[in-house]
Ligand binder design. Structure first.
Ligand SMILES: N[C@@H](CCC(=O)N[C@@H](CS)C(=O)NCC(=O)O)C(=O)O
Length: 205
């Protein structure tokens, strides 16, 4: 049985839920109360030494790093539509998965963590840095979407699930991008049932 240590406001955890749902795999969600700092507890640190969500268990296999979990699931369950075998598409999927982690993720964290989740403790200089970087990143994403419906062509892949989880996160901080290509693409991703199912049931109060 698959178990996923999860928090509904974690974009990294939600992208895994999107794929589990799309692949119709059975899984159990183990709630990590990040709002109560449960991710820092000794019990959770023993599960994931990074003190981060998600962590994924499949029998004896334990994985942290959300995109690695997506790749694992695709390989194990032959989800070749989500993770295409053809080299040109595969190259684009890899590019956007890594871009999401290496370029976009830090910017989203700067903005959303500091503006929303940390409240009065948020660091204004991190928000400023994030907001300064965001438009350049959104222009890169928008250019990448030029001429096709999804990031690696006309079929949604794990790259779309991964990047779109960060675009939802920006919405929490009311920092939704304005680029039309991105808005149109994000609407298409929202029509993917697994993505819609992964979204938090309640908004933050
Ligand atoms: N690279 C990791 C990042 C995971 C991550 O940053 N998770 C956030 C929640 S969305 C977290 O646990 N943050 C707590 C922290 O980093 O202290 C992944 O892709 O799984």
């Amino acid at each position: 049985m698959i178990a996923l240590y999860h928090y509904p406001f974690s974009q990294h955890a939600r992208r895994v839920v999107s794929l589990l749902e799309e692949a119709e795999l059975k899984y159990e969600l183990k709630h990590v109360a990040m709002d109560k700092s449960e991710f820092l507890s000794p019990e959770y640190t023993a599960i994931n030494p990074n003190q981060q969500v998600p962590t994924f268990h499949d029998g004896n296999i334990i994985i942290h790093e959300s995109n690695a979990i997506l790749r694992y699931l695709c390989f194990k369950h032959h989800l070749n539509t989500w993770y295409p075998l053809e080299l040109p598409q595969r190259a684009l999927v890899e590019q956007w998965l890594d871009w999401n982690q290496c370029r976009l993720s830090g910017c989203v964290t700067d903005i959303v963590l500091n503006k929303v989740f940390l409240g009065d403790q948020g660091d204004p200089s991190a928000i400023k840095r994030g907001e300064e970087n965001l438009q350049q990143l959104m222009d890169i994403l928008s250019t990448g979407l030029e001429g096709h419906s999804f990031l690696a062509g006309n079929q949604a892949t794990i790259a779309d699930l991964s990047v779109a989880s960060n675009i939802f996160q920006l919405g929490i901080a009311k920092a939704v991008p304005k680029n039309q290509n991105i808005l149109d693409w994000y609407q298409r991703v929202n029509l993917i049932k697994g993505f819609a199912k992964s979204l938090p049931e309640h908004s933050l109060t």
